[in-house]
Design a protein around this ligand. Structure first.
Ligand code: CA
Ligand code: CA
Length: 133
């Protein structure tokens, strides 16, 4: 009675593959507020990053970049992002309630008519999340 065991083995493998694909999402770029209300400079544009996983993550040396132009980039200081928590990286505003992160960029970053792509890299330069709008 070998065959049932092989079939069960294959089924188990398939289940594990599906579970792997549904693994916790971890840290994600959850939203890009690209059409700022502040005229011209759009300093209130922001990228929101959310911890959808179940583990806290230190963002030290993580990097957020507009890869459509290749700039600007923001490198995070040490900050523990708790499960379920969201932070924002503003174009050029300071909002302590959202972590107080800013590109400190004098012009609009996120193109209103031709969507840009934001990418988040971890401290090993590995892509963690990518989002457009
Ligand atoms: Ca914009
Ligand atoms: Ca841009």
């Amino acid at each position: 009675m070998r065959k049932p065991q092989i079939i069960i083995g294959i089924l188990l493998g398939a289940v594990l593959l599906v579970l792997g694909a549904c693994a916790p999402l971890g840290i994600q770029i959850s939203y890009i507020f690209y059409d700022g209300l502040v005229a011209r400079a759009e300093s209130d544009e922001y990228v929101e990053i959310t911890n959808l996983g179940d583990q806290a993550q230190d963002l030290a040396h993580w990097e957020l970049t507009d890869i459509s132009e290749g700039y600007p980039s923001f490198v995070f200081p040490s900050y523990i992002l708790a499960p379920g928590e969201s932070i924002r990286v503003y174009a050029n505003e300071y909002h302590p309630d959202w972590g107080g992160f800013s590109f400190e960029y004098g012009r609009a970053i996120w193109n209103n008519s031709e969507p840009d792509v934001a990418v988040l890299y971890n401290s090993q330069d590995k892509e963690v999340s990518r989002k457009s709008y």
